[in-house]
Design a protein around this ligand. Structure first.
Ligand SMILES: [Zn+2]
Length: 65
């Protein structure tokens, strides 16, 4: 019997953590989001969609698995 490995495909997009430049509040957002995402605390723009590409304004961006 052949030993087969199950391959789990990696999703093209993931959740990312973005820290607000203004107040430092971290927020987890979907990286492929087509929406404009504002900071919950100070309402600064964290993610903005510019023609299909998400532009990230925050700092300390990291992937969340
Ligand atoms: Zn903020």
């Amino acid at each position: 019997m052949k030993n087969s490995r199950i391959h789990i495909p990696q999703p093209r997009s993931s959740f990312i953590s973005i820290q607000c430049q203004e107040c430092g509040t971290s927020r987890v957002v979907f990286s492929a989001s087509s929406l404009k995402i504002n900071c919950e605390k100070c309402n600064a723009i964290l993610v903005e969609n510019t023609g299909g590409t998400a532009k990230i304004h925050g700092t300390n961006t990291s992937r969340v698995d």
